[in-house]
Design a protein around this ligand. Structure first.
Ligand code: FES
Ligand code: FES
Length: 166
C-alpha cells in the first residue's frame, strides 16, 4: 500500500481535507479526489499546459506538482474558480464569442494562464500574450482567436475597472 498523508488544500477559496498517496500529483488529486475535472490531463510531462492551475496567483503545471507542496494557506484556483458565481469570467465570455475554444481541451489551461497575465498586466501587448501562453498548446485553433479573445477580455476588464472607479 502506498503511504498516504492527510493534507488541507485551499481550492477555489474553500479548504478541502484530503488523505492521499504521497506520489499522487496535484492534477490527480484535483480530478479524482475533489471532482474538479475542468483541469485536463494532457501530456503529464510538463509540455502542453492543459493541466495549468494557479497557485497564489501564478500558473503552475499541476501534473508536475505534488499536493504536499501546495498545502493551505496557499491558494489554488482551477478553471472552476474563475467565474464569479453564475457570472463567467470575461475571458470565458470572450473565448466563447470569438470561437477561441474548439475541442476545448486546452481551454482551461489557457484561461487560468491568461487570467494570471491580466491580473498582473491589464493592458498586455500581443507579444506579452503570446509569451504568457507559450507553454499552452492548442491543436485546433491556430492560436489567433485565442490571442484575440485575451485582448477582448482585457479591454472589457479595463472598461469595467474604469466604470467602478468613476
Ligand atoms: S498535462 Fe501537464 S503539461 Fe501537459
Ligand atoms: S481548442 Fe482543441 S486543443 Fe485547443
Amino acid at each position: 500500500m502506498p503511504q498516504r498523508i492527510p493534507l488541507v488544500l485551499n481550492v477555489n477559496a474553500e479548504d478541502h481535507e484530503v488523505f492521499v498517496p504521497v506520489h499522487k500529483t496535484l492534477l490527480e488529486v484535483l480530478r479524482e479526489d475533489l471532482d474538479l475535472t475542468g483541469t485536463k490531463h494532457g501530456c503529464e510531462l510538463g509540455e502542453c499546459g492543459a493541466c495549468a492551475v494557479l497557485l497564489d496567483g501564478e500558473p503552475i503545471l499541476s501534473c508536475l506538482a505534488l499536493p504536499v507542496e501546495c498545502q493551505a494557506p496557499a491558494a489554488i484556483v482551477t478553471v472552476e474558480g474563475l467565474s464569479n458565481g453564475a457570472t463567467p469570467h470575461p475571458l470565458q465570455v470572450a473565448f466563447a464569442e470569438l470561437g477561441a475554444a474548439q475541442c476545448g481541451y486546452c481551454t482551461p489551461g489557457m484561461l487560468v494562464t491568461a487570467s494570471a497575465l491580466l491580473d498582473e498586466t491589464p493592458s498586455p501587448s500581443r507579444e506579452q500574450i503570446v509569451d504568457a501562453l507559450s507553454g499552452n498548446l492548442c491543436r485546433c485553433t491556430g492560436y489567433v482567436k485565442i490571442f484575440e479573445a485575451v485582448e477582448l477580455a482585457a479591454e472589457r476588464l479595463r472598461a469595467s475597472t474604469a466604470a467602478v472607479s468613476v
